[in-house]
Design a protein around this ligand. Structure first.
Ligand SMILES: Nc1ncnc2c1ncn2[C@@H]1O[C@H](COP(=O)(O)OP(=O)(O)OP(=O)(O)O)[C@@H](O)[C@H]1O
Ligand SMILES: [Mg+2]
Length: 377
């Protein structure tokens, strides 16, 4: 019984103490709220991602956590100690800025060593720690080079090593992988996860890249116009978006506009766009506005030539308007008989695909009711 708590995620454990507590944080610039009252608990060892579009307040929030920006209101605690009024150098944080700056006249090794030397760390120890760090970011063979002799991605890793070498309790990363190409980005994502695993640092990572947040994070806060619109694990955010904004922001999704409960009350949503009722789990107590959406991910929808049968299935009929083959999966756009375009993706598991659909073919679309996500806001 005692073990059940150990596997529990700290954010699900009411007894767990948060490592970072953000309480009602707000920042106004000339009356404009860049960060509009944000509260959040982050736990030790998390790799927490803040995800949102350009200008939504991500960097401003991070800068307040690091102490580079004074909040208009609200408080920040780290490890139980209030940080709100402390300058950056008195906080157990280190920040890698969006426009990371490496010193152009210093070698890679000296760039990484800079913070330690400034702290007066003993020379021999500086050497060891710098070597350790360069190995971690796989730049050990580049130690003597100057930044201009490196690619943008390598420079970004120098900046990362420089942020990590001081072993902060909290590392704040503002778009740390933005300068990397796709494959290096993916590799560095794994490196980041390994680094975090090895050093046990708590990471807060800002990104506008939803795939990056989904891959890396223990939890994600989706931000819009200075506020958090949803906080959850990548799976929660993807499978159960709490609003049209989040559903639209993360991945591809089909939205069906609906107007009322079906006649049986509890499960069916009448939908004018599809002409047939959409099966969904609707708690009787759920207050539905006049218009709301049912969201269905493309990979939850099955295509078939024969009409499928089964309990709780929503079944639509239409014609394949567009299809694209991506090796391991195919993407279909199906125009339903009522004129609604629905996206469907299917994994190509078998080489002799049982269902190789062609353009203009008639198909049935179906999905079970637990894949219908009702969005009331
Ligand atoms: N020093 C400042 N003075 C006035 N307005 C500012 C200042 N810093 C940021 N802002 C404004 O606050 C809002 C949030 O900016 P912020 O840099 O936090 O956005 P962001 O989410 O990091 O965006 P991006 O993804 O483009 O980096 C923006 O509208 C920005 O113009
Ligand atoms: Mg920013």
């Amino acid at each position: 019984m005692g073990n059940s708590n150990q596997s529990k995620n700290p954010w699900e454990d009411p007894a767990a103490a948060p490592f970072i507590r953000i309480d009602g944080l707000r920042k106004e610039f000339g009356g404009f709220p860049a960060v509009d009252g944000v509260s959040l608990d982050i736990y030790k060892g998390e790799l927490f991602a803040i995800l949102g579009g350009s200008g939504c307040g991500k960097s401003t929030l991070l800068r307040m956590l690091a102490g580079f920006e004074a909040p208009t209101a609200g408080r920040v605690f780290i490890d139980g100690v209030e940080m709100t009024q402390l300058p950056p150098f008195e906080r157990p944080t280190n920040m890698m800025f969006q426009s990371y700056a490496v010193f152009p006249h210093y070698s890679v090794a000296d760039n990484v060593a800079y913070g330690l030397k400034k702290e007066g760390v003993d020379k021999a120890e500086v050497k060891v720690r710098v070597e350790e760090m360069l190995e971690l970011v796989q730049l050990q063979d580049f130690a003597k080079r100057k930044p201009r002799q490196l690619s943008g991605g390598q420079q970004q890793r120098v900046a990362l090593a420089r942020a990590l070498v001081k072993r902060p309790k909290v590392l704040l990363l503002d778009e740390p992988l933005a300068a990397l190409d796709k494959s290096l980005r993916e590799r560095t994502q794994f490196e980041l996860m390994n680094i975090q695993d090895q050093l046990g640092i708590t990471f807060i990572l800002v990104t506008h890249d939803q795939e990056e947040a989904m891959t890396l994070a223990t939890r994600i806060a989706v931000m819009d116009a200075g506020r958090f619109v949803q906080v959850g694990t990548p799976t929660e955010i993807y499978e159960y978006p709490n609003s049209r904004f989040v559903a639209d922001f993360i991945g591809t999704i089909n939205l069906f506009r609906c107007h009322q409960r079906g006649n049986d009350g509890a499960t069916v949503v009448a939908c004018e766009e599809t002409g047939v009722p959409i099966q969904a789990d609707l708690p009787a107590a759920l207050e539905l506005p006049d218009a709301f959406d049912v969201a269905v991910r493309p990979e939850k929808i099955r295509l078939s030539r024969q009409a499928p049968e089964g309990e709780g299935l929503t079944v639509l009929h239409g014609m394949v308007e567009d299809l694209a083959y991506y090796g391991n999966h195919s993407l279909y756009r199906v125009r339903t008989d009522q004129g609604k375009l629905v996206q469907v993706s299917s994994q190509n598991v078998q080489r002799s695909a049982e269902l190789a659909l062609e353009w203009d073919e008639q198909v049935y679309l179906s999905w079970p009711k637990d894949c219908s996500v009702v969005l009331t806001q």
